[in-house]
Design a protein around this ligand. Structure first.
Ligand SMILES: [Zn+2]
Length: 137
């Protein structure tokens, strides 16, 4: 558990395990009541007052680094043949250089974010989607 790795610092944790919230290394643990992922996200965002900080599809799934646009010509040699053929817009992680593009699952992820925003009473708003599909790197 992360709390044990950083025992000298305050540790925040959200969990569905009641025993984890009583772990002495966790100083700010919260029990998550919802049983399914989307309601869990909504519950945590509400409890920690983070709803206005949602910024989907802007961070690397591997290292949490910021994503930025990158020209296809710069990374074309790293793409699988079908990805090279079907996609033109790419982002890469500034930290670890992992590649992202709007893959076939992009709409499903965007729909999940829209559902979460609606549950939080937020306007749908535009979602800048460069959802994950990875190449070497
Ligand atoms: Zn990264």
């Amino acid at each position: 558990m992360a709390g044990r790795l950083a025992s000298s610092r305050p540790t925040r944790s959200s969990t569905t395990s009641r025993s984890s919230t009583t772990d002495s290394a966790v100083t700010h643990g919260r029990y998550v009541h919802a049983e399914h992922p989307e309601p869990q996200v909504v519950e945590v965002l509400r409890r920690l007052d983070l709803a206005d900080r949602i910024d989907p599809f802007t961070r690397c799934l591997r290292c949490n680094g910021h994503l930025e646009d990158i020209a296809k010509a710069e990374i074309e040699h790293r793409l699988a043949p079908l990805t090279r053929l079907h996609y033109n817009d790419f982002r890469h992680c500034r930290e670890c250089d992992r590649l992202y593009w709007r893959g076939s699952h992009q709409q499903r992820l965007a729909d999940q974010v829209a559902t979460i925003r609606a549950e939080l009473g937020m306007a749908a708003g535009p979602i800048d989607t460069a959802s994950a599909g990875t190449a070497a790197g």
